[in-house]
Structure formats: structure tokens, C-alpha cells
Design a protein around this ligand. Structure first.
Ligand SMILES: O=C(O)CCC(=O)C(=O)O
Length: 435
């Protein structure tokens, strides 16, 4: 493995910067590097922000605007930008999120929520069905486990997404979590606004989404984020209205993550404990999403097209629907199935699996019904694993299967997202080795 700057804790607990070879024993991250990991989670949450590859004129988004005479265009553009900025700023200042707009009775969505026509809903043209994998009997090993591992290998390699049933997370815990998240978002604004923040250092925060640039669009949803580094989060930081449920749910997610880590390792032909040993999924961020009913669902999106920047996501959705994945260049609906969870591969898992597993783009349509509640558990490395380089796992490489990606540090990965902003859908091409 390549040498890289890391921090080694001295016996007295002080931090001292050294350049050393990575070992799995005693590397730790200092506060700045921990912040990088926190920012990574933010990169994931932000990747769920709208991405617009080319800069359209905002008037193109508003089909009702009359044509503007050439001589007035400059002033018009300036006013438009000002009104865009003040509108989105005003929205942000309410700290009430999209739910606040709905409560205020808006019949038309503000312009900064309008997306260009080409990224909006189109009827799904396919009857393709996401694979469903039944985990019943997987713990007992033997032929049943082999079958499940084979199904995971195929689904993760072909779809990047699959449903899981009989996963061991009790239905009452899932239902209670969905109810608690609804309760959090539906409490009076005064009771949740103290958590409203875009500051990624805040491990628990509530926010909506405000476009950073005039040509970005916002999405019709609000998020409560809870970040557990190395599976830990001070319980007192979690809002009381959902504290018990979040704690119980995350315990189940951690248990299921361990099972997934074993099965994915086996599906890659590695020893069962490989992914757990490298701690690539030892932290989790819960994105607790609230998609209010939308008065103009054909003009905006709940979550824009993106792939997950992390290793693995486990998603729970309620019964409303709207999730779609891009399979073979077609949007495929992923209708909710009661009690099922959805697993999806993230970009970093695609990299370390050397493309044996794929990270697939997905989105959520805005709905005329709602609210829709979903909880995405994004799995990221432990703080110490986050300081080590990422690269395709060498045990799966061979002359016939050489590394497709180069080695890189997380810092570079994060910086890439930071400098590219919302203009990038995936960092994979950047780290791919060009022949
Ligand atoms: O709300 C959902 O169903 C999907 C959230 C999402 O985009 C994700 O899990 O990455």
C-alpha cells in the first residue's frame, strides 16, 4: 500500500504528523481528517441535490414567460437572478423546509423548484422488476446461504439494487421509525428550527435544499440527518420525538450491515469477514427524508438522479412510492413492498470490487399524494479506515482481472466532489485507469 500522511496517537494521547506505511493497527484521524469524513457524508447528501450538466436559461424552465425584447435582456437577467436569490434565501430563512410551503398552502411551486423538462417524470416504459432476495435461512449456512450469495452476486453485478425480505429487522421497528420521522418533520417549526443547518460538522441536523447557483433547482423534500461515526452518536443529540426509534432502528441497521458485509464478501469470492475487517462500512449516516405532497409534481423532483457516493445503502420506504432506478437506460419503478428493504451498491463499493458490483443512478419523483417518508442508511468507513487509501481489493485481481481503478485517498475523493460541485454525477471515471 502507498505511504500517506496519517496521524499516529502518541502514548500520551497527543497528535503527531508522520509519513508512514498504512497498517491496520494504530492509525487514527485527527479532527481535520474526521471532518473530511463528515464532509463525505455531506457529499452523499449533496449528491442527492439536483445535477444539471449544462447551464440552461432559467426562463426556459418557465414556459409561461413571454419573449423578452433584446434590449431588456440584460436588466431582465439581473432581476431574474436577484429574484432567484432572494426567493431561495427567503425560503431558507423560514427554516421550515418544503413542508412549510405546503403548510402555507402554496398552489404553485416556487420557480427555483422547477426542473428542466428532460429530467422530469416520464411514464415508466418497462415492466422490469427489481430482484428480490429472501434472506430466510441464510444464517444457517450450507446450500441455502450459497444460493443467496449467488443471487446477491448477480443482482449487485447487474442491477446494483435489490430488495431484501426476511432480513431480520422487525416490522414493528420499521413502522415505528417511519412514524417517528413523520412526527419529527410534522412538529411545529419552532420545535425543529434549532436543528436547521447546512453545517456538515453538525452530526444531527435538519435542512431542506437551496440551490447554490441560479441554474440549479431545488427538490421537493426535507431531511433530518443523523451521522454515526464508528457506529456511535451521542443519544442526547437525537431529537427526543424520534430518539428511541432512531436508536432501535440504527441497531438493526448495524446488525444487517454485518450480515450484508459477510454476504457481499462471499459474493466477491473473499473470506466472509473481509469487508468487515477493512471497516469500509463501519460508520453510518441516516438520511430521514420527508417528501411533502406536491401541488405540481410534474414540474419538480423529490430527489434528482444520482448514484450513492458511499459503499452501501440500505433504504426503507413507506407505501407511497416514487423511487426509480436507471436500468439499461430506462427508468424502472421500484414500488414499495411492505416489510422489504432495498440494498444498493455505492460508488466506492464499485471501485473496490473492480466493477464486479455496480453503483446505479436513481431518483425519486415528486408525488401528488403524500407525505412520503423514507430512511436511507448510508454506510461509510470507520474513522481510521477513512485515512487509508482505497483501491480495488487485491485478492480479487488477477492477470485476467487487472485493476480498473487507481489507488486514492479519501481526501482526494472528497476534494473531487467539492471542486466539481453538482456538475458531477459520479467520480468513477476520474479514478478509472485509462488504458
Ligand atoms: O427516498 C428514497 O427513496 C431514495 C433516497 C435516495 O436517493 C438514496 O437512498 O440515495
Amino acid at each position: 500500500m502507498a505511504a500517506a500522511a496519517v496521524y499516529r496517537r502518541t502514548p500520551r494521547g497527543g497528535g503527531q504528523k508522520t509519513v508512514m506505511k498504512h497498517s491496520w493497527s494504530d492509525d487514527v484521524l485527527d479532527a481535520d481528517e474526521q471532518l473530511l469524513i463528515t464532509n463525505w457524508v455531506r457529499a452523499q447528501i449533496e449528491s442527492m441535490m439536483p445535477i444539471r450538466p449544462i447551464k440552461p436559461n432559467r426562463t426556459e424552465l418557465d414556459s409561461t414567460s413571454p419573449p423578452i425584447p433584446d434590449e431588456d435582456k440584460h436588466i431582465h437577467e439581473k432581476n431574474k437572478l436577484k429574484s432567484f436569490q432572494s426567493q431561495s434565501q427567503e425560503f431558507d430563512d423560514t427554516k421550515a423546509g418544503v413542508k412549510g410551503l405546503v403548510d402555507a398552502g402554496v398552489a404553485k411551486i416556487p420557480k427555483f423548484f422547477v426542473h428542466p423538462a428532460e429530467s422530469l417524470r416520464a411514464p415508466s416504459e418497462t415492466t422490469l422488476e427489481l430482484p428480490t432476495i429472501d434472506f430466510e435461512g441464510v444464517e444457517s449456512g450450507g446450500a441455502r446461504r450459497k444460493e443467496v450469495v449467488e443471487e446477491i452476486r448477480t443482482a449487485a453485478g447487474k442491477w446494483g439494487f435489490f430488495r431484501i425480505v426476511n432480513h431480520g429487522v422487525p416490522l414493528h421497528i420499521m413502522d415505528a421509525m417511519l412514524e417517528a420521522i413523520k412526527r419529527f418533520h410534522e412538529q411545529p417549526v419552532e420545535d425543529k428550527m434549532h436543528l436547521y443547518s447546512a453545517d456538515s460538522r453538525q452530526r444531527v441536523r435538519f435542512n431542506s435544499n437551496v440551490p447554490q447557483r441560479e441554474y440549479d433547482s431545488a427538490c421537493w423534500r426535507d431531511i433530518l440527518t443523523c451521522v454515526f461515526h464508528d457506529d456511535q452518536l451521542d443519544p442526547d443529540a437525537i431529537p427526543l420525538v424520534c430518539r428511541k426509534e432512531v436508536q432501535e432502528y440504527v441497531k438493526c441497521m448495524i446488525k444487517l450491515r454485518e450480515i450484508m458485509a459477510e454476504l457481499l464478501s462471499e459474493a466477491l469470492g473473499l473470506s466472509s469477514d473481509h469487508l468487515s475487517r477493512i471497516e469500509c462500512m463501519k460508520s453510518e449516516a441516516l438520511a430521514c427524508l420527508y417528501y411533502p405532497i406536491c401541488p405540481e409534481p410534474d414540474k419538480t423532483l423529490g430527489t434528482p438522479k444520482h448514484s450513492d457516493t458511499t459503499f452501501l445503502t440500505l433504504l426503507m420506504q413507506d407505501s407511497i412510492g416514487g423511487l426509480q432506478i436507471l436500468y439499461d437506460n430506462q427508468w424502472v419503478d421500484v414500488p414499495p413492498v411492505r416489510g422489504a428493504l432495498i440494498a444498493n451498491i455505492g460508488d466506492l463499493m464499485q471501485i473496490i470490487s473492480n466493477d464486479k458490483f455496480i453503483s446505479v443512478e436513481h431518483r425519486v419523483l415528486a408525488q401528488p399524494v403524500g407525505p412520503r417518508i423514507s430512511v436511507a442508511s448510508f454506510f461509510t468507513p470507520s474513522l481510521r479506515a477513512g485515512a487509508k487509501p482505497f483501491a480495488p481489493i487485491k485478492e480479487i485481481l488477477s492477470d485476467a482481472n487487472p485493476a480498473i481503478y487507481r489507488e486514492f485517498l479519501f481526501k482526494e475523493y472528497y476534494e473531487y466532489y467539492k471542486t466539481k460541485g453538482q456538475d458531477v454525477t459520479s467520480a468513477l471515471p476520474h479514478f478509472r485507469i485509462n488504458e
